[in-house]
Design a protein around this ligand. Sequence first.
Ligand SMILES: [Zn+2]
Length: 298
Amino acid sequence: MHIFYHPDYDIPVPSTHRFVGPKFSDLYNHLQTQPFASKLKVGQPTPAPIERIIRAHTSSYVKKVSQDTLSKADLRLINLPWSERLRNRSFLAIEGTYLTAIQALQSGIACHVGGGTHHAHRDHGLGFCVFNDLGYTAKNLIAEGHVEKVLILDLDVHQGDGTIDICQGDPYIFTCSIHSESNFPFEKKQGWMDIGLPAGTKDQAYLEILSQTLDSIQSSLTPDLILFDAGIDVYTNDGLGNLELSIEGIRKRDQLVFQHFRGRGIPVATVIGGGYSQDRQELASRHSLIFESAINYL
Ligand SMILES: [Zn+2]
């Protein structure tokens, strides 16, 4: 199975920061152990070119990021300490999701060891997200004629408000989000399909709603590609999310998504999302669930 990763993905943050800065290399190192290592082929992105980023973001925002001129207010929204590394990895990670999607179009499934920066809006960053990899990928795939219609399936516990902001009004990009009604962002946006769940929702109820949602998508849409944000902050012990899925519940969720869309012959590109924990090993292992499900499906 093809995965995409860059050694510069980690984000420098103080160890007390809520965001686990080294989670990308932690996950990648975890994927270097068995049963993963022998089954994975790794690709590496180069930085996304500005002329393609402006399909998803305003040129003034892209300029501020590339020239390190974000204001204090801009940085407060992003809520990560600004650094050259953060700037550079922001250009790499969106391209990583794009390459993952291109690969999925060829091989059916591909997974990104990054991405899921779904709070980044057209003209500003937000909530640990600088550029929006999902919006960037969908917009560019369509503009370049690789696909006609993209479904962004966002199962992170938080609504991908930035993705909705970027994709709103685009007749070829469909957003579907299942999230906690009472988690950030507190003002939800209206995408193509949005399901807000009550805090404390557990495996069985969650999986039933997901299954109904997939059926409902099927009755109205046949996309050429799924961009799947396999957020793991739906986990019961997550530091930020307030849903109560078990590890087995997340596994079943991911399997359901693969079975449904691959069963319909639709390629699925996955990105990691969410995931907050003091225990870095636990977090890496939780992020590896989507890779495990993808390998098992293949
Ligand atoms: Zn999240």
